[in-house]
Design a protein around this ligand. Sequence first.
Ligand SMILES: *[C@@H]1O[C@H](CO)[C@@H](O)[C@H](O)[C@H]1NC(C)=O
Ligand SMILES: *[C@@H]1O[C@H](CO)[C@@H](O)[C@H](O)[C@H]1NC(C)=O
Ligand SMILES: *[C@@H]1O[C@H](CO)[C@@H](O)[C@H](O)[C@H]1NC(C)=O
Ligand SMILES: *[C@@H]1O[C@H](CO)[C@@H](O)[C@H](O)[C@H]1NC(C)=O
Ligand SMILES: *[C@@H]1O[C@H](CO)[C@@H](O)[C@H](O)[C@H]1NC(C)=O
Ligand SMILES: *[C@@H]1O[C@H](CO)[C@@H](O)[C@H](O)[C@H]1NC(C)=O
Ligand SMILES: *[C@@H]1O[C@H](CO)[C@@H](O)[C@H](O)[C@H]1NC(C)=O
Ligand SMILES: *[C@@H]1O[C@H](CO)[C@@H](O)[C@H](O)[C@H]1NC(C)=O
Ligand SMILES: *[C@@H]1O[C@H](CO)[C@@H](O)[C@H](O)[C@H]1NC(C)=O
Ligand SMILES: *[C@@H]1O[C@H](CO)[C@@H](O)[C@H](O)[C@H]1NC(C)=O
Length: 594
Amino acid sequence: MAMSLPVFVVVLVLTAMLGAAQVTPASWRQPNITKPLAERVRLAGAALDTAIDRLGIDGYFITDDATGTAGDLYAQMALFDMATNQSKYETALGQYFKIVLQSGVNFSNSGLTHPFISDSLAFGNAAAYAYVAYDKNPIFLQYAVDSWWWGREHTLSTQDISAGKFPGMNFTLVKVCQNATMAGGTFQNNDPKNSLVEGYASGYFLVLSALLAEATSDPVYLQAATESSTFIQTQLTNVQKIVQADITADAKSSPCSVISDTDPTQSGLMLEGLAILSSFTKNASTQNLLNELLLAVIPNTGWQGENGIVSTDSGGGDMNLLRGLGAVYSRNTTTPELQRYVGDYIAVQFNAVVDFATSNGTDIYGDSWTGPPSANFSGLNQTDALGALISALYLQNDCTSTLSPSAPSPTILASLVPTPLSHHGRSKIGVIVGGTIGGVVALGIIAAAFWLWLRQRRERPPPVVPSALLYEPFPGATPSPFIPSTSTPITSTPSSPSAPGAPSPLFRLGIKPEEPQNPPRSPQMRSIAVSAGDGNGVRFDGPDIEQTGAVIRTSDLPTERLVRLLNERLQGRAWDEEDTPPGYPVTDSTRSST
Ligand SMILES: *[C@@H]1O[C@H](CO)[C@@H](O)[C@H](O)[C@H]1NC(C)=O
Ligand SMILES: *[C@@H]1O[C@H](CO)[C@@H](O)[C@H](O)[C@H]1NC(C)=O
Ligand SMILES: *[C@@H]1O[C@H](CO)[C@@H](O)[C@H](O)[C@H]1NC(C)=O
Ligand SMILES: *[C@@H]1O[C@H](CO)[C@@H](O)[C@H](O)[C@H]1NC(C)=O
Ligand SMILES: *[C@@H]1O[C@H](CO)[C@@H](O)[C@H](O)[C@H]1NC(C)=O
Ligand SMILES: *[C@@H]1O[C@H](CO)[C@@H](O)[C@H](O)[C@H]1NC(C)=O
Ligand SMILES: *[C@@H]1O[C@H](CO)[C@@H](O)[C@H](O)[C@H]1NC(C)=O
Ligand SMILES: *[C@@H]1O[C@H](CO)[C@@H](O)[C@H](O)[C@H]1NC(C)=O
Ligand SMILES: *[C@@H]1O[C@H](CO)[C@@H](O)[C@H](O)[C@H]1NC(C)=O
Ligand SMILES: *[C@@H]1O[C@H](CO)[C@@H](O)[C@H](O)[C@H]1NC(C)=O
């Protein structure tokens, strides 16, 4: 018995290491930042200005990107200023918001038949960040609140659920899916026939509500944020804890069917919302949820290879994932070990974007973060890359972070003991995955026991670094040899086991056979979004152009000139390294919580 104990424990510890290897970035490419901050600021500023220069007189990109992409860019302008403690883009943003409001009250973009709710909310997110960035300038709060109302009008409330119907929607609402309420879910668009409640819209609404809750302390926003995050967690999260695309809310036609596609955007929005919430509520269960999501999302092999560089199904990077991770990192709202892990991952993306997605000196960033770069500008692809460039502004230059791989220590794992958060009615696989996590925790504890046992035997003091704990029994074995062959336990999404009556393949792909004259959005942005109804949330130069174009009246021309002037001035004021004020951004990471 005593003889077999070491062997037994070695096997267990080995298993624990394999478990930990899921999140060990030893194979990641360059998880450290070597570019000085001033250079990173210059790169991000130049990439921003390049994008701003491509905005049209209506405030949207001239290139045929989804309208929301401009909103995402506006958010990055504010986030850039937050990270660098400037108000470089305050005036421009004020102008752009005003212009976009002309194409629809509360950023609703009413020039389109059925605009995507998430596209509208992207502007609200931007306005809320601008409010924080620019010293609580009240005009930005007003814009954010207006946008919130538009989102609220398309989000299921508990009253809607009990009434069984939603204003403007022509179907009966399902009351419960997966033994949990559908309240908190936001519809994809306002098409009366479209019953899809989706991860994009719910995620953008979550972030907006969380930012407003933080900025105003109004409990209405906190409640909305909690409902959104609960909805995403209970209805859209798969067994691997990755956020999926949509769920149908029609009680009579495939109720509760989950479209199980995943991309980093949906999980990134959830990360961002949870980071904001947990940083000001200090709610332990929100914190746990965030930690769990980080440990699921960062190693997810569905959208990256062993080098750790994000590469989605369409081959590109992802802005929302990096914005979410940037929120986690800048708010310092997770454990120190996970904080370092997130920082290393952001660094991988930053280095990849700079090395592979752009040609030196062009400041144009292509779709693929693994290269090759494209000389052609795309608002979407540029905005994606900006996600990495801007979140990396919070990182410290360091030469030490790669020396010890950022495997979460048993302490982290122990902090992730499954909480009784509503994992209702999950399938057997859920139990297995839950069991696996629990198992890893248990193994961590066993590893700790083994370490104590070793310490007794060796009669020498152990290393004090907690993350060295797991590796101590194998002084010669660095973690890296274990990674490549074992980093597959989290695989890309299986179809949802809990979806009864799965949608047809066409439905899943988001391709509606009829009405081919309405092109879907660029595949990267919405491979699954245009799924029902007219699918008309697309900005295109088709038959609707008069409608969309009509918002620019001749009386707006002075504004156009103003914007062009602003653009020129912004171009002329590209960041100069010598202008760098002493001691700015990095330490100021809690600024946004004022
Ligand atoms: C726009 O926002 C205001 C609140 O700021 C709200 O009263 C109004 O109902 C909203 N309109 C729509 C169409 O969302
Ligand atoms: C609602 O759906 C029913 C049955 O599909 C249809 O007869 C009715 O015209 C629809 N109403 C609207 C306003 O679309
Ligand atoms: C923490 O968040 C959870 C779910 O998000 C909520 O149910 C709970 O009431 C919150 N706790 C506190 C103390 O606010
Ligand atoms: C982040 O939080 C930890 C405590 O969790 C603290 O020790 C550390 O100094 C913080 N880092 C920054 C940059 O504020
Ligand atoms: C880009 O420029 C940097 C120095 O500014 C240089 O080290 C790097 O090799 C260049 N890359 C390419 C692809 O030319
Ligand atoms: C770039 O633009 C040129 C000219 O419009 C076009 O021929 C080429 O295919 C484009 N390349 C990419 C990668 O889109
Ligand atoms: C931008 O990304 C999309 C989607 O991945 C890709 O199809 C397109 O070619 C890219 N555009 C340019 C100009 O590189
Ligand atoms: C950064 O990481 C790369 C690869 O992991 C390594 O070659 C390089 O020495 C590291 N640089 C520093 C300063 O740590
Ligand atoms: C459904 O939820 C209720 C409480 O919310 C719980 O009592 C019940 O056991 C759950 N049913 C299933 C099948 O999970
Ligand atoms: C940020 O800027 C404000 C003035 O706009 C200044 O008071 C503050 O000290 C700056 N903070 C840092 C960290 O540079």
